[in-house]
Design a binder for this molecule. Structure first.
Ligand code: 5GP
Length: 131
């Protein structure tokens, strides 16, 4: 079981931003910016392009709904999307609130936010997602 499967199953704690029967969204533990969120399928697949066409389509729609919720909570120009998957072998989409192109540079130093702030951000995103 991947670390992200354990997170989606609730076996490892996470700051949950959105969830349905097929997908799970949670704050990246080492965010590039406030509100940096990961979207995963509950089905454990390493490489995102090994998901079926239908899963990919539904995942993108789910990610769009999460991105709209993020945009309401985190002041930003747009929410950027990226897929790397070089560290964790469980398909995931990064959603990153951007002020500028620089916010999408994965070589940037990561933030370390207090857990209360992470919880408050996730709660606010989840509230918008469920609204
Ligand atoms: P990638 O696989 O796309 O290169 O990067 C994996 C991302 O997952 C990184 O941004 C990293 O901070 C995040 N990450 C790795 N392990 C955990 C974890 O246990 N919890 C959370 N919330 N994020 C994680």
């Amino acid at each position: 079981m991947s670390i992200f499967s354990k997170i989606a199953a609730g076996e490892i704690p996470s700051y949950c931003c959105a969830s349905n029967e097929e997908f799970y969204a949670f704050l990246d533990i080492n965010p590039m910016v406030k509100g940096h969120t990961l979207v995963i399928p509950r089905r454990e697949v390493d490489y995102i392009f090994d998901l079926t066409d239908e899963e990919l389509a539904r995942m993108q729609v789910f990610a769009a709904h999460v991105a709209r919720a993020i945009k309401k909570v985190i002041p930003c120009v747009k929410v950027g999307e990226a897929v790397l998957g070089l560290e964790v072998p469980h398909a995931h989409i990064h959603l990153i609130p951007m002020q500028s192109e620089r916010d999408m540079l994965f070589s940037n130093p990561k933030l370390s936010l207090p857990s209360e702030e992470m919880q408050a951000i996730a709660d606010a995103i989840r509230k918008e997602f469920n609204a």
